[in-house]
Design a protein around this ligand. Structure first.
Ligand code: ACO
Length: 429
């Protein structure tokens, strides 16, 4: 069969150009436009990159129309039910599910990299007690390059692998320390006898005065949330990590940039914004008022946790979290009126023409905050929780990019400013 191509004709010059159509293993075909500018002197204009593939990747596949999410080919529903966060981390990093010896080695490597240098704790002390955890996280992660500067050769696969493991291992330690800093509690060191999610809960909530027993229901729920947040192909924070990585910057700088991008309320900051919004709505009787506000084009208010650039049917992660939310609250014996409020808001919005026409559905973060709240995690920490899970995706994508030939990421623009003009001296203006 002849190779598929797209033939363009420039109405001005009359020139034509055949553009090859590239197909991946799954997903919509993509036009390779790399010859467009050299041949026709034209760029493409795609603000927000709604129609642009920035790279080839083997890691995560999403079909937004069908509500499909797969890590390395495995459906998110199966991983959520049967796997663990650390196993998913191995899968995303190395492409295959680990055999038991491989997993044991990986788990040990992660466990033995969870401590941070004592000076990092001193660095953290410089933050004011009410600093946002994401400010601490991005600052401290960027500073890690200064602690491991002898292992920053991005062209060395072994050093890249070590940095990836350090980031996955230390992110919960730093996030928990950021919380403890806000509480004025002494640091809690990571415990090697616990698994990844248990260890995080222990570092968050244990105090020197008494024994802290990790609740297995809480640890399991957290593990699930980390799995669901682990990767999401070329989202804003991951694209940021890749863009920064394309310059050859070190992995700590790339990840700090990813954390900064995640912080925004249109991205990972939405989970914090959802809970603030539910608190602001306060009562089921006020849901209609807020839905009306969200539809009003003169009002900047949006229903947080609703809508997604890619999912136009449903977000499969939201379906899993919604179910888990009920189970976790039941198992922990918690009755949270915010869950009733969220369900009512979801029901009314899903029946409303405005949301139906625009295909706006609850996303991953509509229900996650209610689970975090049930686990005792404060609202200001929600986006940091997302960052812990997503670190695996960031470093997997960074490793993939670093191991393959790539060019520096450098988009172009449509210039709309002043045409050339002559300088006028200040007394003549
Ligand atoms: N509430 C009300 N209206 C909305 C919402 C919302 N949450 N989301 C989108 N819309 C409307 C827009 O106003 C626009 O309407 P129009 O066509 O009449 O102008 C239309 O739906 C399309 O929205 P866009 O902003 O063009 O969609 P985009 O793909 O650029 O944005 C985004 C996606 C950022 C997620 C958006 O839906 C949003 O802001 N949602 C709320 C924040 C949120 O939950 N973010 C988390 C995303 S998931 C994640 O990162 C973990």
């Amino acid at each position: 069969m002849a190779e598929r191509k797209l033939t363009l004709t420039d109405s001005e010059s009359g020139k034509t150009l055949d553009l090859p159509v590239v197909s991946g293993t799954e997903g919509d075909p993509t036009i390779d436009i790399s010859r467009l500018h050299p041949e026709l002197g034209l760029f493409t204009f795609d603000p927000g990159y709604g129609a642009t593939a920035s790279c080839k990747s083997d890691i995560t596949y999403i079909d937004g129309g069908e509500g499909i999410l797969r890590y390395r080919g495995y459906p998110i529903e199966q991983l959520a039910e049967k796997s663990s966060f650390l196993e998913v981390a191995y899968l995303l990093l190395y492409g295959e599910l680990p055999k038991d010896t491989e997993f044991a080695r990986f788990e040990r490597d992660i466990t033995y990299h969870t401590m941070v240098h004592e000076r990092i704790n001193s660095f953290m002390d410089g933050f004011h007690y009410d600093a946002h955890p994401m400010a601490i996280l991005s600052g401290v992660v960027a500073s890690m390059a200064g602690f491991y500067h002898d292992k920053l050769d991005v062209n060395d696969p072994e050093q890249r692998d070590l940095a990836a493991k350090r980031l996955i291992a230390k992110m919960p330690t730093i996030a928990a320390a950021a919380y403890r800093h806000s509480m004025g509690w002494p640091n809690a060191y990571p415990s090697n006898s616990l698994n990844y999610s248990e260890r995080f809960l222990h570092m968050m909530f244990s105090v020197p005065a008494e024994n802290y027993e990790v609740n297995p229901v809480a640890a399991k729920a957290l593990d699930l949330l980390f799995i669901l947040h682990a990767d999401h192909e070329q989202n804003a924070s991951t694209s940021t990590v890749r863009l920064v990585g394309s310059t050859g910057a070190n992995p700590y700088a790339c990840t700090a940039a990813g954390i900064a991008a995640l912080w925004g309320p249109a991205h990972g900051g939405a989970n914090e914004a959802v809970l603030n919004m539910l608190n602001q709505i306060g009562d089921v009787s006020r849901v209609g008022e807020f839905v009306k506000k969200a539809k009003d084009k003169n009002d900047p208010f949006r229903l947080m946790g609703f809508g997604h650039r890619v999912y136009k049917n449903f977000d499969p992660r939201a379906t899993i979290i919604r179910k888990a939310c009920h189970e976790v609250l039941d198992e922990l014996g918690i009755k949270d009126p915010l869950l009733d409020l969220a369900m009512e808001l979801e029901k009314i919005a899903l029946e409303d023409d405005y949301f139906v026409q625009r295909k706006l559905y609850p996303n991953v973060d509509f229900y996650s905050g209610i689970i975090y709240k049930a686990l005792g995690i404060p609202t200001s920490m929600f986006t940091a929780m997302f960052a812990i899970g997503r670190t695996v995706g960031w470093v997997s994508q960074w490793l993939e990019q670093s191991a393959t030939p790539h060019r520096i990421g450098r988009p172009r623009q449509v210039y709309t400013g002043a045409a050339e003009r002559d300088y006028v001296s200040i007394d003549q203006r």
